[in-house]
Design a protein around this ligand. Structure first.
Ligand SMILES: C[S@@+](CC[C@H](N)C(=O)[O-])C[C@H]1O[C@@H](n2cnc3c(N)ncnc32)[C@H](O)[C@@H]1O
Length: 220
């Protein structure tokens, strides 16, 4: 991983973490799509209220075990549930999730699927759910791109924004990172061709219009 990529990934992580407001998470059910090795969860773990339920979903049992092992060493136990499943089949009750964290989970899913993942899990979200998402954006696709043409909209900013809006979220703010040219913990190296440029675009959430940086879900 090149140093520029490390810096971008770290800043991206930091920016997300800075916008996790623990005071809004008491008693909430939080779902993370693709907890992976837990860079995001480990960064925000201390800020999680003890009565929040954090569902770390991933289809890779090895990553879940690794993350569980690390978190078990933490000084304080938090309510983290590890669920090993394919995202669309997460065994959750409809309308049970208050907060959705999507730190490149959708982007990684999108290398192999045409569907926009937040649509597939929408039924699990409460009407006023919040979303904090970071998406990999391809600035260009090379002729030998590993991303099939049909799957590219989920790596293009206008399409991602449109789909999030269609799910009823109002954007309050976004941040776009510097360009990334190599894989890192949030981007699969094998998925990027040499001539392709990527960056991350983040949409941050808040629970009410008093929190200025957010997607807020419209209630009908
Ligand atoms: C880049 S990682 C996400 C990074 C993670 N959020 C972190 O903070 O470290 C993407 C994760 O999504 C998982 N994933 C990809 N496709 C999936 C699917 N269809 N169902 C469940 N998990 C999936 C992968 O196993 C991987 O751990």
């Amino acid at each position: 991983m090149g140093s520029v990529t490390v810096e971008v990934c770290c800043y991206t992580l930091e920016w997300n973490a800075q916008h996790v407001h623990s005071e809004n998470l008491a008693g909430k059910v939080i779902l993370e799509l693709g907890s992976g090795s837990g860079f995001f969860l480990r960064r925000i773990y201390d800020a999680l209220p003890e009565d929040a339920v954090y569902i770390a979903a991933d289809h890779d049992p090895g990553k879940l075990r690794f993350l569980k092992g690390i978190l078990e060493k933490a000084e304080k136990r938090k309510g983290v549930l590890f669920i090993c499943c394919d995202f669309p089949q997460i065994p959750l009750k409809a309308r049970s999730v208050d907060v959705l964290y999507d730190f490149t989970g959708t982007s990684n899913f999108s290398f192999e699927h045409r569907e926009f993942l937040p649509r597939l899990v929408e039924r699990f979200l409460k009407t006023e759910a919040e979303l904090l998402g970071s998406y990999i954006i391809f600035r260009n696709f090379s002729p030998d791109s590993m991303v099939p043409i049909d799957f590219r909209p989920n790596f293009q900013i206008h399409s991602i924004k449109k789909q999030i809006e269609e799910l009823g979220f109002i954007k309050k703010a976004e941040y776009t990172s510097d360009v990334v040219t190599k894989g890192g913990f949030a981007v699969r190296l094998a998925s990027i061709q040499k001539s392709e440029w990527l960056n991350f675009t983040m949409f941050l959430t808040g629970r009410s219009i008093a929190v200025p940086i957010s997607f807020q879900r419209i209630t009908s």
